[in-house]
Design a protein around this ligand. Sequence first.
Ligand code: HQG
Length: 189
Amino acid sequence: MNTNPNPLNPEQTKRISKFLSLVLRHDPAKIGLELDPSGWTSVDTLLKKMSASGPKITREMLEHVVATNDKKRFAFSEDGTMIRASQGHSVEVNLGYEAVEPPEFLFHGTVPKFVASIKENGLKAMSRHDVHLSKDRETAVNVGNRRGNALILTVRAGAMHRAGYPFYVSENGVWLTKEVPAEFIEFRN
Ligand code: HQG
């Protein structure tokens, strides 16, 4: 059990979390890091690269950021030697999640200005690999509110699944699918 006092204040934790999102999801080359095909990278190498060009942190600080992250964005391998982001990548990775049966309905938080395009084209992954969905409405409200006044779409995930669309759930509980055609979306809020 870790009985050490909190090694970081909340601002430092957030700054490091944002930096980890950047290098583990979007731009590993920024600090000369390489991700394996499943998105993993060595913890020792990450710490070394970060001490050369990034926030300098210790293994203990990294463990604190991973453990306290509000969305559990990062995961260590079982033996603790590797780390990756659990979802949200824009670089090509195969996270290896197994397709699973989704709940009958899932939610997506967006904003009114995107609705016309979503009605026409369905939900697209945009710059990420997958469309992100949640099993509870509240999470979708928080996601939508990042961009303005959240507008919540209900996705008929069960019907999509029966129609052959695969769904995945990330280690941190985000539901993922490649796209949601408009006919599976309920737009009334
Ligand atoms: C919208 C954060 C026009 C979509 C969050 C969204 C989440 C369309 C935006 C996670 C569209 C993409 C994901 C279409 C989709 N026309 N707009 N056809 N299809 N959109 O950030 O779901 O902090 O890639 O509604 O909390 O907002 O990164 O996806 O507004 O969990 O861990 O295009 O990112 O988590 O935006 O957010 P994003 P998202 P992290």
